[in-house]
Design a protein around this ligand. Structure first.
Ligand SMILES: Nc1ncnc2c1ncn2[C@@H]1O[C@H](COP(=O)(O)OP(=O)(O)OP(=O)(O)O)[C@@H](O)[C@H]1O
Length: 227
């Protein structure tokens, strides 16, 4: 699953999560499950509702977790209590966030926790976690990367051969970094994507928007031990 594409702005899932953040609600959303995860869920009820921004927001009004279908386009369960067994060290937040970290570590499936208290959205994936920025925050990060890339582009003609190699390596890194951000920004990132392609081709670098969409991940030092 390309989780950054699944959580791109403009998708019903991300728009629903952003509604939850904006309205100061909290949520726990499991992005897909399979039948082996059955023991993970307790209580709640099965539904088969399409994922819309409003359905995701509405589900967050209840206690417990929202579980999405494997294809992420249906809400499979609501108001579900999660009881993961994996042991991970307590990080930021209380039980909601610890549960999200433990579920992700146990199942390998991404889990999103929206903090009611901090209005922060955290994606847990495996033993890693990533802070999902607001659209404005993500744009600011992209602007910083693009400014650095544009500076290399503009100065390319005037740097000597020796310095050039280092600058090209830097440009490669910046292109790799911005790639994932642009996938997450969604349709609003298309113009910048073509600017990146132009800069890359002028600099003689092979670059195309990737499907891999890397995350700048803050790795948790988590064990995935199950007692
Ligand atoms: N194991 C769990 N399964 C499902 N939902 C849970 C579980 N643990 C916590 N929650 C949900 O998280 C809510 C908030 O719990 P808590 O305040 O302890 O978490 P938190 O991580 O501090 O979150 P926040 O930052 O939003 O306050 C609970 O009311 C419940 O809806």
């Amino acid at each position: 699953m390309n989780v950054r594409a699944a959580l791109a702005f403009g998708t019903p899932l991300r728009e629903g999560i952003e509604l939850i953040r904006q309205q100061g609600l909290g949520a726990l959303v499991v992005l897909g499950y399979d039948r082996h995860d059955g023991k993970l869920f307790e209580g709640g009820h099965a539904t088969d509702e399409p994922v819309t921004d409003e359905a995701i927001r509405r589900a967050a009004l209840n206690d417990g977790a929202t579980v999405l279908s494997p294809s992420l386009d249906r809400i499979a369960r609501e108001r579900t209590f999660l009881r993961p067994q994996a042991i991970v060290p307590a990080g930021a937040g209380g039980t909601r966030h610890l549960t999200a970290a433990r579920c992700a570590a146990q199942t390998g499936r991404p889990v999103v926790a929206v903090s009611e208290e901090r209005q922060a959205v955290t994606l847990y994936r495996g033993t890693e976690r990533y802070l999902l920025l607001t659209a404005l925050g993500l744009r600011a990060v992209i602007d910083d990367v693009m400014n650095a890339l544009r500076a290399i582009h503009v100065q390319d003609a005037i740097v000597g051969d020796q310095a050039r190699q280092g600058r090209l390596d830097e440009a490669r890194g910046l292109l790799r970094e911005v790639d994932g951000h642009l996938v997450e920004l969604g349709a609003a990132g298309r113009i910048i994507t073509s600017e990146c392609a132009t800069i890359a081709s002028t600099l003689g670098l092979a670059w195309a928007p990737s499907d891999v969409a890397p995350f700048p991940i803050h790795t948790e030092k988590a064990t995935t031990k199950i007692p």
